[in-house]
Design a protein around this ligand. Structure first.
Ligand code: ASN
Length: 477
């Protein structure tokens, strides 16, 4: 029964993995972006990517006859994916700086920018000097954060890092940080849309410069040329100006429907229904595939861990030690961003996420599987052996059935942890529930309500998962 069940699940998993790999292998460009960066890139109410950059890209691709898949993630990850060849290009309000020119080739500049320093709307702070000893919020890996950091020793403030602009703004709005640094066009747009912050150096932005589309240095020349050619054309025929005017001339809520959201949780649910469902599905897919494969891997490792051969036990212990010791996010970054830089083989984010979960959750599973077998009374093995059963048969027929029963609660526990751990994979740009929440908050600034909704969805699926696990437990008995 158990074997048949496992086989069935294994084929479902292979099918899903196959589908995700096929999807990922489409012959078009992969472009990364930062979808918390209105008016340049953000999501509309149908969870499509919109904004000046998105429409510009679309217009250029149409003219130039190429297709692309847009991958939203934190700016920092988005930039790294391009610099190590995992993605082909980045369009993410990216400032053209001399340091970046060492790593990327930039397109024709398309939008003027500069760094603003920003405080809460009703703040009494008047000069940078008053930031002494206070905390300033910065966004990891951005030009604005570099600028902020360059002022740190002179003005003596502490810094704190965030992965997306909206969370960073909110830290200042709620008073955890007293100031932040962000690009002038981005903060001005946010203020226009009701963000309770003010810019202190509007007339005098720091490090004035331009945004550019970027590819890895020396690579993807054709894509860069297409971008430049297409951009020149849409600038000439007025399309680009129309796009800019369209976004600057309207409030963000015109595109994102956030006005409607303001009223209630139900309003937010209604206007973000499709995004939430997509995120939920991705979380469920990740969870089930990971649970299945990590359980198989974990049982295998656990069995090795009680093998009669010392070296097999050593292999199992080492693997458990390494992968239980690594934080999940570090492992995810290593597999998704680190490895491809060395091997040159691109790994789709979904596959990287699944591998991460298998290695991490599998190590925990192996540890309790090994413990479960070890917990079976020693006398059982001795009795079985003295009755003449070989080690393997004694293990299979006597120890394992009893051990597996001991492990059932640990399995259920691990399934729930796996489900929760999928949220960490938002860091590599997987659009699961947590990342979906971040993008929704970025467009409607309803942090409390959106995160309450996401939390409730997690609780509901955890409850369902627990029921399902209990049901399977009964069937297996
Ligand atoms: N403006 C940022 C930079 O150039 C990018 C971003 O935050 N999306 O570093």
């Amino acid at each position: 029964m158990f074997k048949k069940y496992l086989l069935g699940l294994a084929s479902i998993t292979l099918f899903f993995t196959f589908i995700s790999t096929v999807n990922a292998a489409e012959p078009n460009y992969t472009i990364t972006t930062d979808a918390t960066y209105a008016p340049f890139t953000f999501q509309d109410k149908h969870s499509n990517y919109v904004g000046i950059e998105q429409e510009t890209m679309k217009a250029i691709a149409k003219r130039e006859g190429f297709t692309y898949t847009m991958k939203p993630m934190s700016f920092n990850s988005a930039a790294q994916l391009v610099s190590n060849g995992q993605a082909d290009g980045i369009i993410a309000g990216m400032s053209i700086t001399p340091e970046r020119k060492e790593v990327y080739d930039f397109s024709t500049p398309y939008y003027k920018t500069g760094v603003a320093w920003i405080v809460k709307k009703d703040s009494k702070i008047k000069s940078l000097k008053e930031l002494k000893g206070q905390t300033v919020a910065l966004k990891t890996g951005t030009a604005a954060s570099e600028y902020g950091k360059s002022l740190q020793s002179k003005y003596g403030f502490k810094v704190k890092y965030f992965n997306d602009t909206d969370t960073m703004y909110n830290d200042v709005v709620v008073g955890n940080s007293v100031a932040t640094f962000e690009d002038m066009p981005v903060i001005q747009y946010a203020i226009k849309n009701g963000m309770a912050l003010k810019v202190m150096n509007a007339a005098n932005p720091g490090n004035a410069g331009w945004y550019g589309f970027a590819v890895e240095k020396g690579k993807n020349k054709a894509l860069l040329q297409s971008f430049n050619r297409g951009f020149a054309a849409i600038k000439k025929d007025g399309t680009y100006n129309k796009i800019v005017t369209k976004y600057l001339g309207a409030t963000q809520s015109t595109f994102s429907g956030s006005k409607k959201d303001n009223g209630s949780i139900l309003g937010i649910l209604r206007s973000n229904q499709s995004a939430l469902l997509k995120g939920l599905w991705q979380t469920i897919e990740l969870t089930f595939i990971a649970i299945l494969l990590a359980s198989i891997w974990g049982i295998l490792l656990g069995v090795l861990g009680v093998s009669e051969y010392k070296w097999l036990r050593a292999v199992s212990t080492t693997i458990i030690y390494v992968f239980r010791g690594l934080p999940l996010m570090v492992l995810a970054f290593f597999i998704y961003i680190g490895l491809p830089g060395v091997t040159g083989v691109k790994i789709p984010a979904f596959t990287a996420g699944i591998i991460t979960l298998i290695l991490n959750e599998g190590a925990y599973t192996a540890a309790f599987v090994r413990g479960g077998f070890e917990a079976v009374d020693r006398g059982q093995m001795e009795a079985a052996r003295s009755l003449g059963l070989p080690y393997n048969t004694a293990m299979r027929k006597v120890i394992m059935p009893q051990g597996l029963r001991i492990m059932v609660p640990s399995f259920i526990n691990q399934f729930i942890i796996t489900l929760k751990d999928t949220s960490i994979l938002s860091a590599i740009g997987l659009l699961e529930l947590t990342q979906t929440g971040t993008l929704i908050v970025a467009r409607n600034s309803q942090g409390f309500r959106v995160w309450a909704i996401i939390a409730i969805i997690y609780l509901v699926i955890i409850t369902l998962l627990t029921w399902l696990s209990n049901w399977i437990e009964k069937k297996l008995k």
